[in-house]
Design a binder for this molecule. Sequence first.
Ligand code: HAM
Length: 535
Amino acid sequence: MSEGAAKKEEKPRKFQAIRGTRDLLPPETALWNRVEQTGREVFATFGFGEIRFPIFEWTELFARSIGADTDVVSKEMYLLARQHDNEASFDLARRRESLMFRAVSSSDKSGIDSFIQEIGKFCSDYEAALSKELVYGDVGTKVVLGYLKDSIAYLSSDILQQARAADWQERFDRTVALCRQYLDMVDATSALRPEGTASVCRAYIEHNMQQLPQPVKLYYMGPMFRRERPQKGRYRQFYQIGAEVLGGSDAPAIDAEVIELVMTFFEKLELQGVQLSVNSIGCRECRPKYVELLRAELLKVKDKIGPDSQRRIDTNPLRVLDSKVKEEQAIIEKLPRIGDHLCKECTDHYAAVKRELDLRGVKYRENWRLVRGLDYYMRTTFEITAQGLGSQDAVCGGGRYDGLVELLGGPPTKGIGFAIGEDRLILSLQESGKAPVAQGRDVYIAWMGEIARATAVRAAKALRNAGFSVELPPVEQKFGKALGQADKLGAKYALILGDNEVTSGEWTLKTLADGSQAKFTEPDLLEHLRKQKKL
Ligand code: HAM
């Protein structure tokens, strides 16, 4: 058999959506639209405007904001790699990333030396790979490699030789920052967005939004991507409805109003079993001291906790508080609580947030173990759960992130926001029977005969213009079949147009629920349907 014939014989592959992704179909999409429409209305009443930002951004934006050691960044990000198709380019990409995120301190001479040496070696290896066409590159790549070499030459000569120059620390910092920037430019990778806060902060800086009246209030809706293990309520492409308040003050009333906004939205949707948990995780002043205390306490019980929590003692002890491992619960309950170790400002801020929530009639529970999985948070954190979701029951998460805009190179800026998991929100609405039933057509036009056909087309146009949902069969059908079809589509009325109706100008309207029939002229029919729709 020829190759072509064999191909023809082959059964075509049946494609399925990639694991963790799915199609959303009617009638469910009607519920999605209703949720989003309600969201838009609520956001507008609180003075929020919509922002739409790209689906992919520089990887480093997420690494810096969310934290390089978090699960979201270190394990779950979809990187859009440009050139990892051979060993050499893979190795260069790995070295580039490690150099980019390396902490270099001006007081660590050997650290600086190895930074310089490794960048030097990286540049020469990159040039060799370019000449062998193992990596993609253009004139720009060569220029950037040149800048990088100049920068390390400057680092090794000027700064270290003239260590006593008054502004040497400043020059050192600036040069290291430039090295990072050039490393980024050599082959910057991008990634599918795992969340929206980082992008909103990036956009705030990029468009000088600090010059607008503060605070700037923005909301967004759209798909996010995380390579997590799929299960009920957890997808690799999922949808968030989020909001961020940037700039202005960090008044506790802002925290409370942001929370009130989500709760109002959920109330409008009649979401069931809504539970709000709040906490304060302190600030740059008090949290590090608490973390050290927690670490010390955790070390004392190290052999009683599981491997994940053991690892977190080193990397991020706060995340141990998140642990769902049954055996660890009693131990965690005895650990020191952050509420007892907040500085005065944070204690006052937290107390005021709670008062402001009371003022708004927002019911909450305090949960001292609510720490959230992203690094940018400080002070207020909150999470909302809802009914019918199983283990993935967090339908919304958020908190305050003062300092994030600054971390991304912008001016000192206050920030707070949240994101709702729309998939989970929909799931919970469906499970509690709050999903609206599918809307059928208003009118099915049952026509027969060539003369009636022209009238049917005209009637469809007039009815649609008046806002009715109309099904116009493309080919002639016997009336019996047409009425059966109208029934299946859940139509409320069948408009019957045969030769008689066309010549007499009196159209027959059949109400499908009770089988009753009445005759109308065209203008009367429109009027009648309008009245019925309003009832
Ligand atoms: P997050 O807690 O990572 O926070 O996500 C917010 C919500 O997105 C979660 O509560 C959950 O409902 C939903 N979600 C997260 N991952 C998945 C998934 N794999 N499948 C389905 N739903 C998921 C953030 O993303 C922050 N940016 C929120 C924020 C905004 N904080 C301040 N501003």
